[in-house]
Design a protein around this ligand. Structure first.
Ligand SMILES: Cc1cc2nc3c(=O)[nH]c(=O)nc-3n(C[C@H](O)[C@H](O)[C@H](O)COP(=O)(O)O)c2cc1C
Length: 223
């Protein structure tokens, strides 16, 4: 698989087969992802893998925390700005509507929409969950480098026939997850990622997001 194909083939997968991914595969994947670039070669990322009984324990711990306090928001980061302007607001709205249309959940059916959102906290059924953290001393630069690492990992996973879904949703349960992962005080959790084999029969996996045209986001200064 060439890089362009991997970039286009990677999509967010939100339903997985009950098919395990081995620790050997995970280590191989991380062994590729570690070649992601970072300013000053700081390699500021830390990765926390949950799989097997570890994954199930985490899912159970978060489920318990949600049952105890359903509305808690433990996020330290604003996943979106409070007043998301255009064109970003429309993009966010459209991808959400397209996803719920595939799932057959209308706008009025809030409980069903929430129920689907809650699937985030089961990694959408994926056998592996990854979490990414950075040291608290780092600013936006190193956070950007973490993003490069995550995308490199997702592309390498695609090449290995694996699927992923990055999940900022976990940040709403950052305290619970950080405690479970035994993160040190200086470590800040950013994001989760579901990883496994896509369920080809699931309608939600047919979701294809659109992208702005190059002319909409790129300026060329030629003289
Ligand atoms: C950092 C990051 C966090 C994301 N968090 C979530 C999430 O919590 N739940 C979810 O279902 N999708 C999540 N997504 C997936 C985005 O909705 C998706 O990437 C976007 O709509 C583009 O679709 P594509 O990934 O299929 O190309 C996240 C994506 C990124 C890059």
């Amino acid at each position: 698989m060439n890089v362009s194909d991997a970039v286009k083939e990677r999509t967010s997968i939100r339903a997985y087969l009950d098919k395990p991914v081995s620790e050997t595969q995970l280590r191989e994947l991380l062994d590729i992802a570690r070649w992601a670039p970072s300013g000053g070669n700081l390699q500021p990322w830390r990765v926390h893998v949950v799989m097997g009984a570890g994954r199930d324990r985490l899912v159970a711990a978060v489920k318990k925390a949600i049952a105890e306090n359903p509305l808690a928001n433990e996020s330290e980061i604003a996943v979106y700005p409070p007043k998301l302007g255009e064109p970003w607001r429309t993009r966010r709205f459209e991808i959400g509507e397209d996803m719920y249309a595939l799932l057959g959940i209308p706008r009025e059916d809030k409980p069903a929409r929430i129920q689907h959102l809650m699937r985030n906290y089961e990694f959408f059924g994926a056998p592996v969950g990854l979490f990414f953290s950075v040291d608290r001393q780092f600013d936006k630069g190193q956070w950007a480098h973490l993003g490069m690492f995550m995308q490199t990992l997702a592309l390498a996973a695609t090449e290995m026939g694996l699927s992923t879904c990055m999940q900022e949703a976990w940040s709403a349960r950052a305290k619970t997850v950080s405690a479970f992962l035994k993160l040190k005080d200086n470590e800040q959790l950013y994001c989760g990622m579901a990883l496994g084999y896509a369920d080809p029969s699931a309608d939600v996996n047919k979701l294809r997001s659109s992208r702005a045209r190059v002319a909409d986001f790129a300026d060329f200064i030629t003289e």
